[in-house]
Design a protein around this ligand. Structure first.
Ligand code: FAD
Ligand code: DLZ
Ligand code: SF4
Length: 509
């Protein structure tokens, strides 16, 4: 007789996860399930599904080797009830279990579904994160604005990372100013460590091929790490080869180098194959030993104990409606080019092709190419949110929604971003080599072949004048617009309108 079920979700693959800590090997049964509800609540990229299923299967074996009894349901098991709540009920009935131990899921949808089960489910806090919900709320309480930078300093103090006594290492909290260099094509950058599929992965690839043949994205070649040992090797590889240049090229984009000096570890961190605090401590050691400079290590640590913890805090503080917010009332449908339809905009073509091939794009591609374009074009943030949630191997709502709805689309009305992340083609031209191979001319502001980002930038500012003209960080942009010849302003707005019309009619733009 089993006393309790212990639920382990696909992104809870850590041996120390709180539900396991609260459980008893001798009498409790671990439940893991590949289910259609999770695999299809958005149309996930096939690589994301394969990554999680393979990692889940391997983690179940790790638990068994450690003495746990595991009831694992495969997707094609004829008994599979195909949702997490239904699988829990099925197992509870079969085993006579009366209670479930769970680690709080990273999505309101599942938290609510577990709360609604007819048997008691104890949802233990997910203590793989550095900041608890209560701690974040205490930090946020009474503040007029919730800027990441101040939260990050608290996390530095709390963890002691890059601290020399009470002072930040190097005398400054943030070295972002040094991290805006464009990159040159460089044959010596190695990119992430890639793994050949083993037997477990091959089995899963065949399953995903059969069951999700029409999902957007290439399943093969598949090279993600799918267990903790491999993820560990991928992180070591990053530390050795890319951490030293992480800061310098953080904002750069190159046609011929999809990864630059990024870590490509978010899928592993978010699924629980890597521990955030552990990797930050090791990155700090790389700085202290002289292997990597401070601007790189501080930048890397800030992304993890700063941004990653901060967006999670916002997601849980703001509540279940957060992903549906639409402060700017943007309603345009997501154009087909996001699903790989032809586009003449080279920056978007590259960001989307890379997303299709690798279920990955780095931060600046997400923020300043696909995100920037959607914001300028007035695309529905809800549709865009569903796109980001589907197409990236690292996407779960707790981290994706604040980045998309808040940081990228300003659809939360400015909780995360103090001003919208919009730019004309000039920014993309400065930080990438995309414009060189583009049908459009980034230097052209109007007329045939003018870069659409240039037109849409002014279109956006003009459209949202009431909201943004009083923002001191945007005043200069409005002054420039106002000084422009009235006829030119008219032409820009008319051309932007015509462009959006053509795009919405499904023409290639
Ligand atoms: P690196 O650039 O090497 O950074 C190292 C690590 O820092 C990342 O692995 C990640 O864990 C963390 N990190 C960096 N930036 C952020 C951030 N803004 N928020 C949270 N963590 C961060 N990240 C996700 O993990 N899942 C998502 O679904 C996701 N959706 C995004 C959607 C949009 C519109 C934008 C603008 C950003 C999104 N991000 C998301 C944040 C960031 O783009 C990715 O974490 C990063 O690109 C992952 O690649 P990497 O591992 O090479 O990161
Ligand atoms: C993303 C995902 C997918 C594709 N499939 C499963 C699954 O079959 N079983 C499972 O336990 N988890 C899966 N996940 C991860 C969950 O969707 C994730 O736990 C929630 O979104 C909360 O973050
Ligand atoms: Fe993108 Fe404009 Fe540059 Fe083309 S010219 S790559 S559309 S920014």
């Amino acid at each position: 007789m089993v006393s309790r079920l212990v639920l382990i979700l696909g992104d809870q693959l850590s041996p120390g996860v709180s539900a396991l800590q609260a459980a008893d090997k001798s009498s409790d049964l671990v439940v893991m399930a590949e289910v259609m509800d999770e695999a299809s609540y958005v149309r996930h990229h096939p690589k994301k599904i394969a990554f999680l299923f393979a990692a889940m299967r391997k983690f179940a074996r790790v638990l068994e080797a450690d003495g746990w009894r595991v009831a694992y349901t495969r997707l094609d098991d004829p008994e599979n009830a195909q949702s997490i709540p239904a699988e829990l009920l099925r197992r509870a009935e079969a085993e006579g279990a009366q209670e479930v131990l769970a680690t709080e899921p990273g999505e309101w949808r599942l938290i609510e579904a577990l709360s609604d089960l007819p048997i008691p489910v104890h949802q233990h806090p997910d203590d793989r994160f550095i900041c608890s919900h209560a701690e974040f709320d205490r930090w946020a309480e009474g503040r007029k604005s919730l800027r990441m930078e101040y939260f990050y300093r608290e996390m530095r103090r709390k963890t002691g990372l890059l601290m020399d006594g009470d002072e930040p290492a190097g005398g400054k909290w943030n070295f972002d100013h040094d991290n805006r260099k464009p990159a040159q094509d460089d044959l010596f950058r190695q990119g992430p460590l890639k793994f050949d599929p083993d037997e477990t992965v091959e089995e899963v690839l065949t399953l995903v091929e059969q069951r999700f043949p029409d999902n957007f994205g290439a399943l093969r070649p598949f090279w993600f790490a799918t267990d903790a040992d491999q993820a560990e090797r991928a992180f070591e590889h990053f530390m050795e080869h890319a951490l030293p240049c992480f800061g310098d090229y953080q904002d750069a984009m190159l046609e011929g180098d999809r990864f630059l000096c990024h870590a490509v570890i978010a899928p592993y961190l978010n699924a629980g194959l890597l521990d955030p605090l552990d990797i930050c401590r090791r990155a700090e050691a790389a700085y202290r030993s002289g292997h990597a400079p401070l601007n790189a290590v501080e930048g890397f640590i800030r992304q993890i104990i700063g941004w990653r913890e901060y967006v999670r805090g916002i997601y849980f503080r703001e509540g279940p409606d957060y992903p549906r917010r639409n402060a700017l009332n943007h309603q345009r449908k997501l154009p087909a080019l996001y699903w790989g339809a032809e586009t003449r905009m080279n920056c978007l073509a590259h960001a989307v092709a890379q997303t299709r091939d690798d279920a990955y794009a780095h931060h600046i591609q997400r923020l300043m190419v696909t995100g920037n374009f959607a914001l300028l074009a007035g695309i529905s943030p809800t549709e865009l949110h569903e796109w980001y949630l589907s197409v990236y191997a690292d996407a779960y709502e707790w981290v994706e929604a604040p980045n998309t709805v808040g940081m990228s689309q300003f659809a939360d009305g400015g909780i995360i971003a103090s001003k919208p992340y919009v730019s004309s083609g000039n920014y993309i031209s400065k930080m990438s080599d995309y414009c060189r191979g583009c049908h459009y001319a980034v230097t052209k502001k109007t007329g045939d072949g003018a870069c659409p980002f240039n037109l849409l930038y002014w279109y956006f500012l003009n459209r949202h004048r009431d909201r943004f003209q009083g923002n001191p960080r945007m005043a200069q942009m409005y002054r420039t617009w106002d000084r422009m010849d009235a006829k030119k302003r008219e032409v820009i707005l008319a051309e932007a309108d015509a462009f959006l019309d053509r795009m919405s009619k499904g023409e290639t733009v």
